[in-house]
Design a protein around this ligand. Structure first.
Ligand code: MOS
Length: 770
């Protein structure tokens, strides 16, 4: 068993409490420094000029007019950009760099996608740089691009691996095709969705500062400083200790800041060329073509079931668009394979190359779209048999993980259904679709299951406890805005037995102990476990001092018989025998004691997407024997206006079982944020790419619609209490992504229940609803 920090649950503890963000004041007073807000001496401004075609070659690039403008320091193109030690342009380079995209712009005259960077102007002010960038004259030899897999010229292929080689392009468990063919109930349906872009409030930004030819500091808006450092080290051919990455605050990321994109290395090379720090911030428009997106895709689900609705076969095929160089497709099949008791399963991926940049992970990559297709199909099955949607899911409840054969480490899905139904008022649902009215509105109720894996990663942390009763705890983690600063301070405070205001938690710097990306929902579990274990190391060191100190009540006790709680060391068998750490440290003349939790450095460790259950705080043996997932259920009520085709979400309930919840307020905010993200994806979001030119027609937030307050009702969120001893030292599963899984289906199922119309092509805009 892993150590179980039960003392967190004792009275007076702060873990789990709905505390406000410790950095809230810094943020609202403007003191919090985001990556583009570091004023460096001699700072210059970089602005990208981008391609107006999506396929072809640069014939001529004339930078003379731009270079003549006042304040312009340099105009960089593929002809004069300083050479890199390694680029992702060849397969080996891409792998070493961990690059999301196998092509770096401004390394050749080739144009592969619309708005590809062709030049960077560096000037003394932002205005000068913006203006001069418009004067870069490029002539092209243009070819007709392919915009998506929908193009009749697109060639489909079945990749051996998808998602950066992490998932098989073809999976099979049992004989799903025969099982489907002989199933009494057979359902086949195809679901599509367009390109989605991440669009965090804070666009991507890089400030590159060469302090010396062998010393680079980069202020980067990234979800992982270590992973960014690794990419830069590989491309620059520099030792790790010469490249420092700092990210103190992030204004959202959703996956697009999970890897290193071209603008970052181009800015670093520009800074090298001009010999001054360069800052580049992507524009909102450039965000649609600079940091990946969720790929446009079509999914077909074939579902075979017995007459009473028990699944006998699931077959999933996905077709999607990928870039000229990479085989990236979110792995939708993972969740489809494991959510229900499915005796046979088959999944295959097809893709087509198009003139687009490489897509990337976006919040719940695979699970979000996969659950949309699966959970709508399950709703169809329920409707076909006249069975309640919750009942059909209970009939197919997976008592273990059918995709691996493993038992679950913990699973509270049944409680989530029951509690969600109760909070929502599911029993009032008229089983008949299209039969509930409220004035001019058709009213519908829908639900869906949610699940997301616990991608345990490895992390490190350092805790330094001072004799005067304060502490500094550090980990090179990041805070996307979701509350890392706050929850880690809570965990450290309780582990140390100190009040919150005596603990400072520092993050976001490669000079701190390495930590994984904030991605794959790993940060809360991994970093909190590292923090907890670093504090345990402090206690172990102090216990050694105590048992050797003649004046200590613990003198000559065996170290293993001593424990620490609430800042006091004492005998496990006799709590009255012990002393406070401050008394011991003062007597021993120790100003401070340092503890470390050391994660192993290596592949997978940084990505936040691969399970590395051998990390500190993970119970290796039992972890590898269990399938580790969070589960939940979303419930949605909609009001549909059939005259206008509008869908309004009028009620929302999410109930989630995700292990220990570190802060019930920031956790609630995460779930609400993910659910709103999902509501956006099902009702309004779509990146429109022109079929002829593969250019973007709505690359701004006026035309790329996201939900606003008026679109969202008061939302109810509850967490089921879960104590999972297998996942990590803190028993935390993570909630950043399960919040979004199943959301699109819950809304679409509610629209079906309201109207009797099954809509499978997202987003569900009025033209489709009417
Ligand atoms: Mo997230 S899509 O796991 O960065």
């Amino acid at each position: 068993m892993s150590s179980e920090p039960q003392f967190f649950d004792q009275p007076g503890g702060v873990v789990g409490k709905p505390l406000v963000r410790v950095e809230g004041r810094e943020k609202v007073t403007g003191k919090a420094k985001y990556s583009a807000e570091f004023p460096l001496p001699g700072l210059t401004y970089g602005v990208l000029a981008t391609s107006t075609i999506a396929k072809g070659k640069i014939q001529n690039i004339d930078t003379t007019a731009a270079a003549r403008e006042p304040g312009v320091i340099a105009v960089l193109t593929h002809q004069n950009l300083p050479k890199l030690a390694k680029t992702p342009n060849d397969a080996a380079g891409k792998k070493d760099i961990g690059a999301p995209m196998g092509f770096l712009p401004m390394t050749s005259d080739e144009i592969f996608y619309s708005a590809q960077p062709v030049a960077m102007v560096v000037a003394d002010t932002l205005d000068h740089a913006i203006h001069a960038a418009t004067l870069v004259k490029v002539t092209y030899q243009a070819e007709k691009p392919i915009a998506s897999f929908h193009d009749s010229r697109a060639e489909l292929f079945n990749p051996a691996k998808v998602q950066d080689g992490k998932e098989d392009g073809h999976k099979r468990r049992g004989d799903a095709k025969s099982a489907f063919a002989s199933a009494p109930i057979q359902l086949t349906a195809t679901y599509t969705h367009p390109v989605y872009n991440h669009n965090p409030m804070e666009p991507g930004s890089t400030t590159a500062h060469w302090e010396a030819p062998d010393r680079l500091t980069v202020y980067e808006s990234t979800q992982g400083v270590t992973r960014t450092q690794s990419s830069l080290v590989a491309m620059l051919g520099m030792p790790r200790e010469q490249v420092r990455v700092i990210t103190k605050y992030i204004g959202g990321g959703f996956g697009c800041k999970g890897s290193t994109w071209p603008h970052t290395i181009l800015t670093i090379q520009a800074a090298k060329a001009v010999g001054r720090p360069v800052k580049l911030m992507l524009t909102r428009k450039q965000m649609f073509t600079s940091m990946g997106h969720r790929e446009d895709q079509s999914q077909t689900v074939q579902l075979g079931a017995t007459a009473d609705g028990k699944l006998t076969a699931l077959i999933h095929t996905k077709v999607s668009t990928t870039s000229p160089w990479d085989n990236y497709a979110e792995s939708n099949s993972k969740i489809i394979d494991l959510l229900y008791a499915t005796p046979t399963f088959e999944a295959s991926y097809e893709m087509a190359r198009a003139n687009v940049m490489t897509s990337t992970f976006m919040r719940a990559p695979g699970e979000a779209p996969g659950s949309f297709a699966l959970e709508c199909s399950m709703d169809d099955l329920a409707a076909r048999l006249g069975v309640d949607p919750i009942e059909i899911r209970l009939r197919n409840y997976a008592d273990h993980d059918y995709s691996t054969g493993q038992p679950w480490s913990s699973k509270s899905l049944k409680q989530c259904y029951a509690r969600g139904a109760e909070l929502f008022g599911w029993s009032k649902r008229n089983p008949k679709a299209g039969a509930t009215r409220d004035g001019r509105y058709l009213v519908g109720m829908g639900m869906a299951s949610a699940s997301y894996p616990v991608h345990n990663s490895q992390g490190s942390a350092r805790a330094r406890l001072y004799a005067d009763g304060h502490a500094v705890v550090q980990s090179g983690a990041t805070d996307l805005g979701t509350g890392t600063y706050t929850v880690m301070t809570q965990v450290a405070a309780d582990s140390l037995g100190l009040p919150m205001d005596k603990v400072r938690f520092e993050l976001g710097d490669t000079n701190l102990p390495t930590a994984p990306n904030s991605g794959g929902s790993v940060a809360a579990g991994t970093v909190s476990s590292s923090v907890y274990l670093a504090v345990q190391d402090v206690w172990q060191k102090l216990i050694k001092v105590a048992v050797a100190d003649k004046k200590s009540p613990l003198y000559k006790a065996k170290p293993e018989d001593v424990t620490a709680e609430k800042g006091r060391l004492f005998l496990k068998k006799d709590a009255s025998k012990g002393e406070a750490f401050g008394d011991l440290m003062k007597r021993a003349e120790l100003t401070d004691v340092e503890g470390m939790a050391q994660g192993k450095y290596g592949p997978g460790y940084e990505s936040g997407h691969s399970a590395s259950p051998a990390g500190p705080g993970n119970n290796t043996e039992s972890a590898s024997a269990h399938s580790m997932h969070s589960f939940g259920a979303h419930f949605c009520e909609v009001r549909v206006d059939m005259d206008l085709g509008t869908v309004r979400v009028s009620k929302w309930v999410s109930v989630i079982g995700a292990g220990r919840i570190l802060n019930s307020q920031t956790a609630r905010s995460q779930i609400i944020g993910g659910a709103i993200f999902g509501i956006g994806s099902v009702l309004m979001e779509a990146t429109e790419r022109d079929a002829n030119y593969s250019r973007y027609t709505n690359a701004d937030l006026a035309n790329y619609h996201v939900p606003v307050n008026a679109d969202i009702p008061d939302m109810t969120v509850e967490f089921v209490e879960e104590n999972d001893p297998y996942i990590n030292a803190m028993g935390v599963k993570g909630i950043g992504e399960i919040s979004m899984v199943g959301v699109a289906a819950a809304v679409a199922n509610a629209v079906f229940h309201a109207t009797g119309k099954r809509l499978r092509d997202l987003p569900l805009t009025p033209d489709k609803v009417m």
